[in-house]
Design a binder for this molecule. Structure first.
Ligand code: ADE
Length: 225
């Protein structure tokens, strides 16, 4: 998979890809992540990428021309499954979306800033609009990092234990059951006996029951559809 991220603040994006699982995925060649500084496609002597909005009102808007130039340059090199705009008014990101997007070969993530991008960018170039939640970030960069992380960890070979993404919370519309590790007892706090029993079918059943119980208590909405 290849992810091209278009941003005015590439420095905000680098570190998530330089540590842990994402770094390993990049190092193993399982994913390529490229940052494109929109300023490189800026117009005029002032390296302009944004301007005041027509009709008045506070806040700058990212202009269509630099974005067009950047996206067109990328599309000349390869075709893209999706050109995604990160925006709080997009469709809310969830595990199903992550699963389906993780099957893409090439995607572009466009990070908004200030008041967002000229509507004509959205109308013309964007194939999907994603929000990571009902709150407003100062730009799309952290949202792009969140989406990238969720996709990359699903790529075959990224997680050591291939089954572990399958047992993630949300993968069956269920929250994951509780987990424990050593020691068996810490300051009087113990581990459920069943997990120490060695009885695999019973342990599986306990985990399923716990997942249902937890989902019922914390996220009954997940049972609704
Ligand atoms: N940009 C600003 N806020 C955002 C959000 N909640 N999701 C995606 N992109 C954003």
């Amino acid at each position: 998979m290849r992810i091209d991220i278009i941003t005015v603040l590439p420095e905000l994006l680098a570190s998530p890809f330089e540590a842990s699982i994402l770094k390993r995925a990049v190092d193993k060649g399982l994913v390529e992540v490229h940052f494109h500084n929109l300023r490189k496609y800026s117009i005029g002597a002032y390296k302009q990428v944004d301007d005041y909005q027509f009709g008045g009102g506070a806040g700058m808007v990212l202009m269509i021309e630099p974005i067009d130039k950047c996206i067109s340059a990328l599309k000349e090199e390869r075709s893209y499954d999706e050109v995604i705009y990160l925006t709080p008014d997009g469709k809310q990101f969830d595990q199903k979306m992550a699963n389906s997007l993780s099957l893409s070969k090439n995607i572009i993530l466009l990070c908004g800033h200030y008041k967002g991008v000229d509507q004509r960018v959205r109308d013309t170039f964007i194939t999907k609009e994603i929000s990571i939640g009902d709150y407003v970030l100062s730009g799309g960069e952290l949202a792009a990092a969140v989406v990238s992380d969720a996709l990359i960890r699903l790529l075959p070979g990224v997680l050591n234990d291939e089954t572990s993404a399958l047992t993630d919370t949300f993968q069956d519309d269920l929250l994951a059951p509780p987990v424990y590790t050593r020691p068996r007892e810490y300051k009087g706090l113990t581990v459920p006996d069943i997990l120490l029993s060695g009885n695999t079918p019973e342990i599986e059943k306990w985990r399923e029951d716990q997942a249902h119980k937890r989902t019922q208590e914390r996220r009954p909405d997940l049972f609704e559809d």
